[in-house]
Design a protein around this ligand. Structure first.
Ligand code: PRT
Ligand code: MG
Length: 213
């Protein structure tokens, strides 16, 4: 029996059609069911529903054999004990720097400058600004980053942008795209060795579904 870790919301919704292409349906909808362990039409596969940022942890510790996680989560978390074979091309977005409308970002990031940056992605942000030679005071937040520049907590945010509607609604502008993000399939390294035969058909199905996207 193999265990696949998914998070509710866009990851689950966009992984579902990929499973369907492999003929696998899921017994219940996590949006309406409170169950955290879901059966599938394949007796060898069950799905666990965890927080998006917890997916790599479950897979790293082998509590799940494989999972689907955004690159943002993977970069922040690190890839210890994980094998990352397939870019699924789903849940696409970009990680960007955004500031309040009218804020002069270009002057603010001149070499040697100091910038207050609020983000959930402190590792990505630290590295990004270090390469630019900009000193940053990083403020770790767990959500609603868009609020920080509006009420003077930070000069800038580093956050995921997809349509740009959230930034617009809060009078923020994207000033620097940092990287494009998509969800990847991750596999526990030990499980990959031990359960290769069982895992391979699922990896092939994901690979095929990802190519067709
Ligand atoms: O919501 P929760 O705190 O439980 O966890 P989470 O936010 O990590 O999970 P979830 O399900 O929201 O996101 C899972 C993954 O989807 C992320 O790790 C990303 O890899 C990917 N993804 C793709 C996104 C977006 N697009 C996205 N737009 N994750 C978040 N957003 C948020 C963004 O943070 C911002 O607040 O949506 C808002 C911006 O969207 P637009 O369309 O207004 O630009
Ligand atoms: Mg979210």
């Amino acid at each position: 029996m193999l265990t696949l870790a998914l998070s509710k919301g866009r990851i689950f919704e966009e992984t579902l059609p990929m499973l369907a292409k492999a003929g696998i349906t899921v017994s219940e909808d996590p949006e309406t069911s409170r169950k955290l362990i879901l059966g599938t039409s394949n007796p060898n596969l069950k799905i666990i529903i965890v927080r998006a940022s917890d997916v790599p942890t479950y897979v790293q510790f082998g509590a799940a054999d494989f999972g689907v996680a955004g690159q943002d989560v993977l970069i922040e978390n690190g890839l210890d004990g994980l094998y990352m074979p397939i870019d699924l091309g789903i849940a696409k977005c970009r990680l960007s720097v955004a500031v309040k409308e009218g804020f002069d970002y270009n002057s603010a990031v001149k070499q040697g400058a100091r910038l207050k940056v609020a983000t959930k992605y402190v590792n990505c942000a630290r590295e990004h600004f270090a390469i630019k030679g900009v000193h940053v005071d990083l403020i770790k937040l767990y959500g609603s980053m868009e609020l920080a520049p509006l009420i003077g907590l930070a000069d800038a945010i580093v956050d995921l942008v997809s349509t740009g509607n959230t930034l617009k609604a809060n009078h923020l502008v994207e000033v620097e795209p940092m990287m494009t993000i998509s969800a990847h399939l991750i596999v526990n390294q030990a499980s990959h060795k031990r359960n290769r035969k069982e895992l391979q058909p699922f990896l092939d199905a994901f690979e095929l579904a990802a190519q067709k996207k």
